[in-house]
Structure formats: C-alpha cells, structure tokens
Design a protein around this ligand. Sequence first.
Ligand code: G3H
Ligand code: ZN
Length: 286
Amino acid sequence: PLVDAGGLLTAARARGGAVAAFNVITLEHVEAVLEGAGRAGAPVILQISENAVRYRRDDPLPLARAATAAAEAADAPAALHLDHVRDPELLRRAAEAGCSSVMVDAAHLPYRDNLAACAAAARWARANGLWIEAELGVVGGKAGEPPPDPHHPAARTDPEAARAFTAASGVDALAVAIGSRHAMTNRAAALDHRLLVRLAARVPVPLVLHGSSGVPEDELVAAVRGGITKVNIGTALNVALTAGVRAALADDPEVVDPRRWLAGGRSAMAATAARLAALVHHPPTA
Ligand code: G3H
Ligand code: ZN
C-alpha cells in the first residue's frame, strides 16, 4: 500500500530501526524496489530526485503516478518522496505528484539562506500535510559538482548548529554530513559515529544518511543503531542494474526485445533492494 513517509519514519525511529529510501529513475527501479521490499518484509521509500525529473523530460508526474500506482498494489508499505529539490516550482508540485515528503537541497547555500529556504518550505509543507527534509553540512558528490573532500571538517554537520537549525526552520527530518558521499561505486566511506551520537542527542527529528551506497554494510548497521532513521540509496541500485543488463546483453548478442535484457537488470536491483531494506529495517545486533 501507499503510505506517508512521515509515518514510516516516526515508526522506525520509535523502534530503533530505519527505512531504506531508494532513488528511482525508471519503472524497472520502482518494480524492483517494491519487489525487494516485499521479499524483505520491510517498508520502503521510493524517491524521485530533481535530476531524475530532469531526465524524465522535466515532468515528475508520469514516473510519480506509476510509482504511486505500483505502491498501492504492493505487499509492502511504500511512500513517495521528492529528493534533492532546488527548484521551488517543483517543490510545490510534490503533493500533486503523490509525494508525502520532499527534501530541500539548499545546504550548498550560506547557513541563513539554507534556513530561509527550509523554513519557507516547512511552512508550506505543514499547510499541505507533507514532510520536509533539510540538509545541514555538505554531503558531497552530487552530479555536476566538483569532487568533494569528505575529510574536510567544515563539511561535517555541527551538532549545535543542527539543533538550532531544526528548531528555527521547523523541518521534519535532517540530512547530516558524517563522512558519506554521493555516487560511490565501492563501499569505502568511513562514518564518524561519535559525531552521529552527538547529533542524535541534540536533534529531535529523524536523521537522514545520504550517499549510503558508499557505506560498508556493518557501518550502515552501526549508523542505524547510532540514530540514522532514513537511509538514502541510489548508486547501489544503478550498479546492480547496469551489471545485470551487461550480463544479459553479453549472454545473447542477438537479443533485441528490451524485456529480455531489462529483466536481468530489474532482478539484480530487486536483490540489492531486498538486502538493504531488510538490513536497515531490522539492523542485526553486534
Ligand atoms: O539522495 C540520494 C542518496 O543520497 C543516494 O546516494 O547514490 O550515493 O547511494 P548514493
Ligand atoms: Zn542524496
């Protein structure tokens, strides 16, 4: 069934688990994530990034409507979220697209501008029954940006600033920079777990980890145990999809029907989604 992201995150936080939020670009992504969630017996968030909207000819509705229709028919509870939104016009189309939450991507701006953008979005979201996720600190590696230095201390989220930002903006969830980075194809990120504990102690809303594809699985489990409630995963699905498609094409160089080679990519994504959704839903004890 299609559910609200806020309800999923509130419930996950109350029981010390997290919800995996997967970036979807094609209908195959949507089907794979829902299949994986069903297999894992775990709820999921389907998220469409502003970049994905640009790829989908600047219109969020076709993919969003497919995603909500698929979620309504799915066994596992699934919510729809609009991710990394910089365009205020797109933000305001979230409800129409069936999203129950939106991430405002403004952490690259000066603190005051990030705060102003998130406070305005949070006011609008409250009036419209949506959740707003903000980011404070810089999780680098976004498309079109110069390569980040994840070890630069200024890039990390300061706990006191995070507390003040959350209180002043009224946002419902906060993405924090604790050592992860977007678009890593190997699991080589090292998280600052001590910083996470300090953030979790000060920030009263669910914390979000971006760039989770680059985080080793044991570190992901530790992050959930340390207070991360939403685990954003994009690249890991695309690694699986592309490997599955390559294998299917290599297997049969004469193949023409796209269903024959897309199905292999979709199965590979479903396996990845099932594994990660289960891992963060019920993080194993050490
Ligand atoms: O918001 C999306 C995520 O942060 C995904 O990052 O592609 O590195 O897993 P990733
Ligand atoms: Zn992200």
